[in-house]
Ligand binder design. Structure first.
Ligand SMILES: Nc1ncnc2c1ncn2[C@@H]1O[C@H](COP(=O)(O)OP(=O)(O)OP(=O)(O)O)[C@@H](O)[C@H]1O
Ligand SMILES: [Mg+2]
Ligand SMILES: [Mg+2]
Length: 482
């Protein structure tokens, strides 16, 4: 039996406001427990929430970025449940009338393809507090600093069919919210986390299978692993004659498995109803139009510009537009060097490899775009060859010099294009390897192509890598013909 996985994600994005969604408390990360919760966050009697206009603005910007309908009216509702980290006994959220309606996202896949994922809606809500299970002498502590932090929950349609697609979608959401500056996107601090809904069905079947929801996964890697694990679990369960029951599950990264938390029979009945303390949000066209005009160039537009105007491959364009900082770095190198393809090769190649190796982000790269462009200029005007360029890059990275020119000079990496000097080296190499020369001359012409590599290697070595490879090839061919 061939199985198809179906995945829908609910992504919670913490909005980068100064204060909470309904109160003036700070939302700064890392404060002492319970120093950032006021009477409104605690739901004391007689207090009234006031909606944070910035949270509304950020939600709408997101909606516009994913081509969504922005309804004229949206309504806050109370989602009622009991939990120690929820002192009010309800979470203020949106249900029937969310702030952002149906939209979609075109996401670049690793193979260069594009996948469209529809977004069912996105709604505003407040975060709950946090239970602390450690260091309380056997008791549980509650920190309410996070209570009332503004969240945007983005609910996708079940349009993804593999863990990789789900990760690509999550990365695309991450890119959009950070491009827009509406979230810091810091997954380790919980600013972006997701619930993954997973089901399987026989390939070709229209009807969806029963889903399980894996709660609160907070890294790209864990999302991929948790989904893959869950797909496998469901397939094995069905093939063994069982059936999937709708469940909430928890992913345990240490054991790489998901565990049941609660099933549908015990599922919460939240008794949603419109919050009597908050007016419906009513938006006018001019306000939305104004926000539209403030949007920066977004990942999708950047990707298009990179392929259509700069002639990059879909793959390179996808990688370079994945983070705003990376795209801006690349744009600057192109501006200064005038060669988009060369810049793309270096930014996605040497530079990215070095960032990965050191586990740092582009913002921390020790080589500035101006320095990389300076290096590329010397490649363009043939001052250095590709091999030397890598050495110069490594030296720039290590801080051995401030500009490429300085390093080329200090290390004597200037390419030798003077044919006289190269010829002298070739003569030496040919004289030192008479047997190979004889072999070459005796060989069939079509076999010679391969044999010439040996001599090129020797000449490059003798010139310490500075000889111009094209000149070496040309001169060698001539000399070997004898
Ligand atoms: N059969 C299915 N297989 C995989 N995903 C599904 C399936 N049915 C629905 N989904 C996805 O599950 C998610 C449902 O999210 P939604 O917020 O609507 O409801 P919920 O999970 O029931 O409620 P809550 O917000 O309280 O978690 C959506 O992303 C949807 O695309
Ligand atoms: Mg939901
Ligand atoms: Mg859910």
């Amino acid at each position: 039996m061939q199985w198809e996985a179906v995945i829908g994600l609910e992504v919670h994005v913490q909005l980068a406001t100064q204060s909470k969604i309904f109160s003036g408390s700070s939302i700064a990360f890392g404060a002492e427990p319970n120093t950032q919760a006021n009477v409104i966050d605690l739901g004391m009697p007689g207090v009234l929430p006031v909606l944070n206009e910035k949270a509304v603005e950020m939600a709408i910007k997101f909606g516009l970025a994913v081509h969504a309908e922005i309804p004229e009216r949206s309504v806050f509702e109370r989602k009622n449940y009991f939990y120690p980290d929820l002192p009010k006994g309800y979470q203020t959220s949106q249900m029937a009338e969310p702030i952002v309606g149906l939209g979609y996202l075109d996401i670049p896949l690793e193979d260069g393809g594009i996948k469209r994922v529809r977004i069912h809606h996105a709604h505003l809500e407040e975060d709950a507090g946090k239970s602390l299970h450690e260091d309380f002498h056997g008791m549980t502590g509650v920190d309410l600093n996070r209570a009332g932090t503004p969240l945007l929950e983005i609910v996708s349609e079940p349009d993804m069919n593999s863990a990789r697609e789900a990760v690509a979608y999550l990365k695309a959401i991450h890119a959009i919210v950070t491009y827009l500056g509406i979230s810091d996107g810091n997954m380790a601090e919980g600013s972006l986390r997701c619930d993954a809904n997973v089901s399987v069905r026989p390939k070709g079947q229209e009807k969806l299978g029963t889903r399980c929801e894996i709660k609160n996964v907070n890294s790209f890697r864990f999302v991929e692993k948790a989904i893959n694990h869950e797909i496998q679990r469901q397939i094995e369960l069905i093939e063994d004659g069982g059936r999937v029951i709708q469940q909430t599950r928890l992913y345990d990264p240490d054991l790489d498995e998901t565990r049941a938390m609660r099933s549908k029979e015990e599922a919460n009945d939240y008794r949603y109803f419109p919050c009597p303390d908050l007016l419906p949000v009513e938006l006018d066209e001019a306000y939305i139009q104004h926000l539209k005009e403030t949007l920066p160039e977004l990942p999708e537009q950047k990707r298009q510009r990179f392929t259509e105007q700069l002639g990059l491959s879909a793959y390179d364009a996808g990688v370079l537009s994945s983070s705003r900082a990376l795209a801006e770095y690349f744009d600057r190198v192109v501006e200064l060097s005038g060669d988009a393809k060369l810049a793309a090769n270096w930014v996605t190649g040497e530079l990215s490899a070095q960032l990965n190796r050191e586990g740092i982000e582009i913002e921390q790269a020790p080589v500035a775009p101006e320095q990389l462009a300076g290096l590329l200029k010397r490649l363009q005007d043939d001052t250095i060859n590709g091999k030397a360029a890598k050495q110069v890059f490594a030296a720039l990275w290590a801080g051995e010099g401030h500009t490429a020119d300085e390093i080329i000079e200090a290390k004597g990496l200037k390419q030798v294009t003077d044919t006289g000097a190269i010829e002298a080296v070739i003569d030496e190499v040919l004289a030192a390897n008479p047997a190979q020369v004889e072999q070459y001359r005796a060989a069939e012409p079509e076999k010679r192509g391969k044999m010439v590599g040996f001599f090129v290697g020797q000449v490059m070595k003798a010139s310490k890598g500075t000889a111009n490879p094209q000149a070496v090839n040309q001169l060698l061919a001539k000399k070997l013909e004898g």
